[in-house]
Write a protein that binds this ligand. Sequence first.
Ligand code: SF4
Ligand code: SF4
Length: 308
Amino acid sequence: MSEQTSGTVFNIQHYSVHDGPGIRTLIFLKGCPLRCLWCSNPESQARMPQLAYNVTKCVGCGRCVAACPQKALELHEDGIHIDRKLCLPSCRICSDTCPGKALTHYGKSMSVKEVLDKVEADELFYARSGGGLTLSGGEPLMQSEFTLAILEAAEHRAIHTAMESCGQADEETILAICAKLDYLLFDIKHLDSDAHRRATGVGNERILRNLEAVRSAYPRLPIHLRTPIIPGINDDESLIRRILSLAQSLDAVNYEILPYHRMGEQKYHYLGRQYLYEGPEQVNPEKLASLQSLVVSVYPNALATQKG
Ligand code: SF4
Ligand code: SF4
């Protein structure tokens, strides 16, 4: 695989201190096999670039309608209507035409070289902090060739690598990728498969099998487990105790809980989608504090990080 291999990236975030050791550059890849009700990055779910529309920035000039070769756009009193079935994922004509950036695109094609060149600009911070790059998403295993090519190039450039994963992939794929990885952040959303399916759209059998397979194939790979705490879904002490036991049995280097937030809600509207999670706005603070002290009693370095 070469540095010319390309994939779809929807964000590169610099100077993160929550996603692996030290100061890190996060590379967000598009595509996810889960559909978590509370997902704060709905723009990460589809594999290809997507058109987003923010009506509050639209001045109603109609330039996008005139420019669209697919006739996918119409100007109405309440703003632009998009026929997403007609819109072409590789086209960016309307967002390039829009004067107020009311139309934008989530995701663009980038080569491994383009990604790594951006990552290397932060090299000074890595050297001082023991950081590196972290692949995130979406689910990096959905773009496995691109992910593997980034990891190989990072190894060549002596950059420390981490990956955030939900673990839903072929065993062969996750094992091939973990062979090139320095640090694995792995999400455990629920241990009961039916509850996992209701919350994410898929059962957890393959995820848990893959986690065991990774541990047994790579006993020295640091595995860091995390659970997003969602009110009414998994904010349950007995469940967190069971996940802590799993973390210990796998010799995980860390386990963290990440409190639910609604910061991604607006992006659903930009994509013409509905936000589906209807539970409380936040985890009950007392419950969160009690779960947090339980986690810290086993993993003293665990922080209740607010994730984007
Ligand atoms: S991205 Fe292209 S095809 Fe899609 S709405 Fe915009 S101009 Fe039309
Ligand atoms: S080009 Fe932009 S500002 Fe003009 S109508 Fe289209 S979305 Fe609105």
